[in-house]
Ligand binder design. Sequence first.
Ligand SMILES: [Mg+2]
Length: 335
Amino acid sequence: MESKEAIKAGIFGVVVGDALGVPVEFTSRAERKADPVMDMREYGTHSQPKGTWSDDSSMMLATLDSIIENGGIRYDNIMEKFRNWRLNGDYTPHGRVFDIGITCSRAIARYRPGTDPLSCGECGERDNGNGSLMRIMPVSLYSCLDDEFWHDAMFEEAVEDAHNASKLTHGHPRSQIGCMIHTAICHELIYREGKSVLEAVQNAVSRTLDFYDKASEIYPWFNGAFSTEIKMDSYGRLSDLSVFMGLLDFEIKSSGYIVHTLEAAVWCLLNSDSFSDCVLKAVNLGDDTDTVGAVAGGLAGLAYGYENIPKDWLDVIVSKDWIEKLCDDFAYIMS
Ligand SMILES: [Mg+2]
């Protein structure tokens, strides 16, 4: 897939998945089984008009805009943009923030010019919500749009970027690792060519988990918290995806916990064969529907391409032209 196409597919995939999930956020799986989402809805949980996207896309687009503005990743600037989103409603569809996660909110409140942005995120095991995963797409694309991605030096840089991007709001190793798995999956989906989606995702996850297994002997950042985390094998269910994809839906949780969100997105991706199939499956798992929809949507966009995102859905996305311009500008700095 061409870089420009991948950027539009990944970014709009997130926004469309988010917007499909917003009206039914926090509803149960039983409710979604009885009344499945089949199309863009309006109002519901947050009383927002059709095509409204939430904090997931706002923070993701703020990150994207920052990378464009600086020609690269500048963590203090990303945090400033998060602050402007939080305080002034920048990067929102209608000028106001209607949803924000607690961990993100605390991290942004902690940031002031001069504060180390990488120490703003909380690091406890309980602080592993999906708030860094939901906004990681621009950082993943920034790192992964290169066919040399798996070469040592490049991969190490991608790991550093994913970890640091997570640490802005979510500093626990589990969140950092989840973001890096996302980056690797994005790379493999974009460069999969003849490979199936299953083969591509499996390659990404296996090689990334293998990297962490060996990292303890090599890298100074691999401290006690990281080695404890690796021993816990939080993402272990993803290590054999041919088994994982066969799990029944009651074995897949769609909560706001990062492991659940990444698992749910991957499970939906592996059990579908189009963008709409994947993202509707994700939203209809219920619970944290906007974020599971956003993460699944981003991956499905990369798996099936921008052309496979239904035009009716794209057309109702609030500020679609502005998002499209951001994608073009990002493609320009990546070229
Ligand atoms: Mg949200």
